[in-house]
Design a protein around this ligand. Structure first.
Ligand code: ADP
Ligand code: MG
Length: 330
């Protein structure tokens, strides 16, 4: 008998680089997902880039450290999430592996503890000091809802996404090499800014004190709260404005955008049905998130790919999706 567990990827609607500053983020789980099947021997995947088993080893180690007696377990992974496109295939891999291993061990853990164990696996495996957002979203997602997460208290609130809006994700097809070194550099900038202001993290900074990095974090935290309001009110104009401001702040103050992301966001402005567009994820490539009128979403995606091709010569991959349910048995 085999047992299968699914874990979705995620997209962040707003609240970028705020997670490691104890701030607010608003991801949603998406319909693309990874499925882990228990059975056989060894670990297999339909896609096996060099070093991929480290993620699974990391999860196994973290679970055992937490006292779960995971036996040697055969696992096969199948995923519809593009790897390395900023849609968190890594968290989906970790979370689906964790659920499968817990089942094989006859064990159970709170969702938040599974998220933290998977985050820790990624920190120790890849050496990227990531926040808990990706794993949290993969586990706590609810169909039709964004998950607003306070990264300090780890309390979350579900925010319904109007049913007539679709999430259109557009992968720029590029991932610049400096992504992870710049990520760690921004973290260090934020820690330095917080020290200078005498606060434990930029979450507590009331003003930005003239520091551009701090200005992004302080303003982005405010935008997440305002975006939750705008979604609840179905105020499309406010949603679009906040997403545009977020992108500008990431581009100018936080300096994590790139020509391709700017081109994709620029091209979106000329497409039918757009409510708002911004880069999503760490930056330096990866994807943009577009909120789009659902009935126009496939035409929007077609126009966006054409506009991006015109500007860059690159074929974009686009995904029309809705907010999906979090991880669990299939
Ligand atoms: P993202 O999480 O945005 O997709 P990452 O660089 O964090 O990008 O993670 C991608 C890596 O995770 C891949 O290079 C691979 O090592 C691993 N991975 C993710 N999903 C799978 C999968 N289904 N099968 C094998 N490896 C995977
Ligand atoms: Mg990842």
């Amino acid at each position: 008998m085999t047992k299968r567990f699914r874990a979705p990827g995620r997209v962040n609607l707003i609240g970028e680089h705020t997670d490691y500053n104890d701030g607010f983020v608003m991801p949603a789980a998406i319909e693309l997902e990874t499925v882990a099947t228990v059975g056989g021997s060894g670990w297999h995947s339909t896609d096996e880039p060099t070093g991929w088993t480290k993620y699974v080893e990391g999860v196994l180690k973290q679970l055992r450290q937490r006292g779960v007696a995971v036996p040697d377990v055969g696992l096969t992974f199948e995923s519809t999430i593009p790897l390395g496109a900023g849609l968190s295939s890594s968290a989906a891999l970790e979370v689906s592996a964790a659920l499968a291993m817990l089942w094989a061990a006859n064990g159970s853990m709170e969702k938040i503890e599974i998220a933290k164990a998977c985050q820790q696996a990624e920190i120790e495996t890849v050496g990227l000091g990531c926040g808990v957002m990706d794993q949290f979203a993969s586990l706590h997602g609810v169909e039709g809802h964004a998950v607003m997460l306070d990264c300090r208290s780890l309390e979350h609130r579900l925010v319904p996404i109007p049913k007539n809006l679709a999430l259109v994700i557009a992968d720029t097809g590029v991932k610049h090499q400096l992504a992870s070194s710049e990520y760690n550099a921004r973290r260090a900038d934020c820690e330095a800014a917080a020290r200078k202001m005498g606060v434990s993290s930029l979450r507590d900074a009331a003003t930005h004190g003239g520091d551009r990095r701090a200005r992004h974090i302080v303003s982005e935290n405010r935008r997440v709260l305002q975006f939750a309001e705008a979604l609840a009110q179905e105020d499309r104009k406010a949603m679009g404005q906040l997403m545009a401001e977020s992108h500008e702040s990431l581009r100018v103050d936080y300096e994590v955008s790139c020509d391709e992301l700017d081109a994709m966001v620029g091209a979106a402005q000329e497409c039918v049905g757009l409510v708002g567009a911004r880069m999503t994820g760490g930056g330096f490539g990866g994807s943009t998130i577009n909120l789009v009128e659902a009935e126009l979403a496939s035409e929007f995606a077609r126009q966006l790919a054409a506009g991006y091709r015109e500007r860059t010569g690159i074929e974009a991959r686009t995904y029309v999706t809705q907010a999906a349910a979090g991880a669990g048995p299939v």
